[in-house]
Design a protein around this ligand. Structure first.
Ligand code: NDP
Ligand code: GDR
Length: 373
């Protein structure tokens, strides 16, 4: 029997990799996409299947995590074997601007899905994966963080995800639903949203290298994170739903870097040597030397990074470092791609786009507009 999976957030970074992964495993994959005035399926266009084709194995449904009746109807129609709840307002800084919406989608959205499973009597059929997060640890109580580390979220996003974490545990305990939390530390890829820090850096520096921008404006570059590759992490999301007993797992690399290090790596990938000068909000990154052909628009002495306090958060998560021992011991999972390799891959992809845009500009044509976030 072909297994059926439903992915909320299929148009996002993780959703796109997970959909590919499940299709390769032979699943019929259903995804919920939001109605948008612009196309929002770029990350899954390469696996899109014409609804008129026979044996279509990827099916998209309009929906929203704020809409209970819509979620219930989709679940009733599909009766999935597995639900992956990846949909969320996932930007921590944005959650301070839209706290109520973030709670509605990230916290109550999770409850809506679990309630729909219960209401439809799918408790024994449908397995549920919740995209939990290292943001639950926030103000960290121990390092490295593991499944037993106490939570102290530091943003409306983190607090909403705390509710989602516990309601997932509660529905497992109360109704016997196979439901589990993957407590995932930061994971990135060339498909990462452009306003998350790694992608902002790789995309920004590639644009600067090709003469499309002059300077990148950043927030707290001393924040420390445990960065992995999204491809490695979606594999683990699936593995968690294949066990006999549902459990929660930390997914991380166990290695930590600063935002500053990621900046230096990105520059190095482009043949740029950087020097940091000044401190606090006056800190800048100056180009010391340029080698190779990837950054023709950059020369020694250029200031290509400045600090802008608008990117500071009202409450910051300064440091995160995960301990993935349980995932390794119980599921045999280890990440295959290092943060440095991932940075190189992201630069290759963003440089391709920047070169294309530079060529368009050189021919006097209009560039696609993008708004910085
Ligand atoms: P993205 O921001 O790339 O994707 C989020 C997805 O959720 C998009 O498909 C988005 O749709 C969808 N979405 C947003 N709001 C709604 C809504 N109201 N109803 C339905 N769908 C909605 O996130 P990631 O792929 O990076 O992350 C996936 C999940 O994992 C998220 O829940 C995130 O909070 C969590 N997480 C992520 C980590 C990371 O480092 N990436 C680490 C730990 C947890 P649209 O495309 O239309 O915007
Ligand atoms: P995070 O990721 O908040 O950890 O949440 P993000 O990449 O946004 O920030 C990481 C760290 O970098 C610092 N930073 C900046 N961040 C952004 N976005 N833009 C900047 O200009 C900037 N300058 C410095 C931040 O302050 C922070 O300390 C991500 C999301 O994917 C969540 O959904 C997920 O749950 C967690 O990772 C784990």
């Amino acid at each position: 029997m072909t297994k059926r999976a439903l992915i909320t957030g299929i148009t996002g970074q993780d959703g796109s990799y997970l959909a590919e992964f499940l299709l390769n495993k032979g699943y019929e994959v259903h995804g919920i996409k939001r109605r948008s005035s612009l196309f929002n399926t770029q990350r899954i266009d390469h696996i899109y299947q014409d609804p008129h084709a026979h044996h279509q194995r990827l099916k998209l449904h309009y929906g929203d995590l704020t809409d209970s009746s819509n979620l219930t109807r989709i679940l009733a129609q599909i009766e999935p074997d597995e639900v992956y709840n990846l949909g969320a307002q996932s930007h921590v800084a944005v959650s301070f601007e839209s706290p109520e919406y973030t709670a509605d989608v990230d916290a109550i959205g999770t409850l809506r899905l679990l309630e729909a499973i219960r209401f439809l009597g799918l408790e024994k059929k449908t397995r549920f994966y919740q995209a939990s997060t290292s943001e639950l640890y926030g103000l960290v109580q121990e390092a490295p963080q593991r499944e037993t580390t106490p939570f102290h979220p530091r943003s409306p996003y983190g607090v909403a995800k705390l509710y989602a974490y516990w309601i997932t545990v509660n529905y497992r305990e109360a109704y016997g639903i196979y439901a589990c939390n993957g407590i995932l530390f930061n994971h990135e890829s060339p498909r990462r949203g452009e306003t998350f820090v790694t992608r902002k850096i790789t995309r920004g520096f590639c644009n600067i290298a090709q003469g499309l921008e002059d300077c990148l404006y950043m927030g707290n570059i001393d924040a420390l994170r445990d960065w992995g590759h999204a491809k490695d992490y979606v594999r683990m999301q699936w593995m968690m739903l294949q066990q006999d007993v549902p459990e929660d797992f930390v997914i991380a690399t166990g290695v930590q870097q600063s935002v500053r290090e990621f900046i230096v790596w990105t520059a190095q990938e482009l043949g740029i040597t950087l020097r940091f000068e000044g401190s606090g909000v006056n800190e800048i990154a100056v180009v010391e030397a340029v080698t190779g052909n990837d950054a023709p628009a950059v020369k020694p002495g250029d200031v290509i990074l400045r600090i802008d306090p608008r990117y500071f958060r009202p409450a910051e998560v300064e440091t995160l470092l995960g301990d993935p021992s349980k995932a390794k011991e119980k599921l045999g999972w280890t990440p295959e791609i290092t943060a440095r390799e991932m940075c190189a891959e992201m630069v290759v992809e963003d440089l391709k786009t920047a070169r294309r845009h530079a060529l368009i500009k050189a021919h006097g044509l209009e560039l696609p507009v993008s708004i910085e976030g």
